[in-house]
Write a protein that binds this ligand. Sequence first.
Ligand code: TRP
Ligand code: ZN
Length: 879
Amino acid sequence: MIAQDNNAVIHREDYQPPLYRITEVALNVHLDPENTEVEACLHFQRLTAGPESELHLDGESLELLSILRDGQPLAENLFRSDATGLTLLNPEPEFLLETRVKIHPAANSTLSGLYFAGGQFLTQCEAEGFRRITYYLDRPDCLAKFTVTLHASRKTCPVLLANGNCIAQGDEDNDWHWARWEDPYPKPAYLFAMVAGDLAVQRDVFVTQSGRSVTLEIYVAERDLGACDQAMESLKRAMRWDEEGYGREYDLDRYMIVATDSFNMGAMENKGLNIFNSKYVLASPETATDTDYQGVESVIAHEYFHNWTGNRVTLRDWFQLSLKEGLTVFRDQEFSADMNSRGVQRIGDVRRLRSAQFPEDAGPLAHPVRPDAYSEINNFYTATVYEKGAELVRMIHTLLGKEGFRRGTDLYFERHDGHAVTIEDFVEAMEEANHYDLSRFRCWYSQAGTPQVKAEGSYDPASRSYTLTLQQSTPATPGQPNKEPVPIPVRMALLNTQGEKAVLDKTGAVEKVILLEQASQSWTFEGLPDPVIPSLLRGFSAPVRLDIALDDQARSFLAGVDDDPFNRWESAQELALKTLLSGVKNHQELEVLPAALKQALSATLKQSQMDPAFRAELLTLPSEDYIGEQMPVIAVDAIHRARETLLDKIGAHFHDEWLGLYQDLAGAYERDGASIGRRRLRNMALSYLIHSDHSRHEDMTLHARQQYVQADNMTDRLAAFQLLVQHPKHDAEDILLDFYQKWQDYPLVIDKWFAIQAMAPRPDTLRHVQHLLVHPAFDWKVPNRVRAVLGAFSMNPTLFHAADGSGYAFFAEQIRRLDDINPQTAARLATPLSRWQRYDKVRQQGMMNALQLLAAKAKLSRDLAEVIQRSYPASPGSA
Ligand code: TRP
Ligand code: ZN
């Protein structure tokens, strides 16, 4: 067999079921940071007849020490090993394979497979990390029962964990000990996990709906024990929610969560033993912001929900990734909506979709929610698979209704529990449980690109009717030049001049979901005595770009009265966006605040009864990224300047209101939703106050300095810190130093310290970031820290995209360096370079140069190679 090409492309259509099944796995692991030995005993059974006389087992960076078949050493002419694994020649229909391999956890900086970091042994096996632990059929459709025995030094590793239940433990010579874990549920290798270290534990109990007691354990470093309450409470809420909403109960006696500072992603749903980035476990008022608290709650819930959507029902192959991720994101979004304010939650979800997924869908990395091909699967843990995937599930929910959706998931779990299945299986369950035809809907899974919907409507006084015409089209994406229309559920209402919803049909409905299935369709609503203004895509009922010609007056009206919180916010955003876009074109336009915008802001400022979090959303200007997204060529500097000027104008015009809010909303720290909203709005007022400086003689940064010193929580302290550090003129050296000294022992807080500096829109930021990379607290091996500097810098619109190309060149140098340490994180961080088409010629050249520099790197990882290759222009100079 020829060694597999490192950049070989894997196609969805080529799926073949496995030749063999592995019924049972017994692992014996002798944990040593330098040299760990893994003994694996695998029971193989042939599944399919057929001519194949070889069985390939995946294996990577393994040193084979010994190999036995059915207890006998395997003759050298009966197997072969290479960089991709081990091939058994003429294997029997059924046999026991015993291998012994050596691996090196401390030297493993990829954080995939078994690694040793921060004094702990940890594993990360999704997507294909198990092959770095032992030879195996490392594919999600190979489900096996695992028994794992860990051996380690009792002194350095008093705690030994693996999936399932601990069935035995004992002592060994030389102060070592061992523990044996058994997971009764067959699982794919990507859900395998093992942890060993010196960990403290916070325990609790959850009684399931059927009355079983489940022990809940959160493992953290001793000194973090006080910061686990939010995680524990969120876990219990998530467990209850899944029982009530989906009838899903937890299925083991123990649920464990381990926190680590060294992790490539957010968290991992290993069966019964989740491993988490500590960012999504630890939270205390002094160290975590309100946003951090919410992040903990949603990620804890996400990983818990995977126990059914992902683990009990798992994936046939990695092309089906969105089957678990899209569905689980939808579930965690709904959970958070139920726990907090639904409207505010939806606005945040859509913001994330628009800022991460829409650009992805519009660039060279665009791919369907169910991709057709990949070279490195880790590159497909994307906003498209996660966030757009969740939107597709949400649309199914909208089409079938709450009860219909539940019938669908019930059937899905009933049919597929314990199996490895496909997105198609999910869609079929939804269809069959509801006798609803989703054939056209499937196109959403196979077609990339964000559909554009153009809406036109007119009221005819003579016939007292309103006619609405919707047209859709989807721009071409790589490999998909021609697009089909997709079924787009448009939730809608028509508002009369009093702001009341008009009756839309004979049933008396005032809100409806209409389905746009063709390229163009019209609807007529009759019996309307007065002209109406359409409120379309309520709740953002489909992941599309909506283009609707409404004048400022209508938008301002909707921003004031629409009872759909998402649409109300959207109207306010559109007003601000329009002002910003005209200011980008011609800065003079920003001399005076447009009347409609002023009126909308003023109305919101007066609504003291409104939920403060929602009020803050209404008062937030679209981000520089979002403004850029609306332009054919992203005018980096003009966008920044226009947005800053508009902030100044709004700050100055409403100075007294901001000051009033800032003073009225002060209060002692509480953790409830109302207090969170209050802090959010108050910190926004502070930001506008500082922007009001320009036209006044007082120094508003004094308020920020005072808040920084006096804050009794991290939300307020960090808000003030950020305003001071990122202020273009303010000298905040003393604050930077003070913050560092106070929080240097808290890595998650120091990540913020790094990130806020890297995102500062100040002329000296690049030089500053260069210094941060040699700061003693910077660590190339810790992804959170690398993201805090390089990830944050790549999101700094004006510095990353500096016209002289300095930002790109610097960035590419660092990615090149990171690729040798952690290819997964390097590839992910490099993706902003793929957006070159959206910038002017000079910047395009700078971005190309950066991509070229990376392409020329020696020992380029498969991860990074794929991102570069897909980002690269088909024909240089095109676009
Ligand atoms: N399945 C994880 C989640 O969604 C994602 C994940 C965690 C992951 N770690 C990873 C994916 C490493 C790829 C590689 O919660
Ligand atoms: Zn997930």
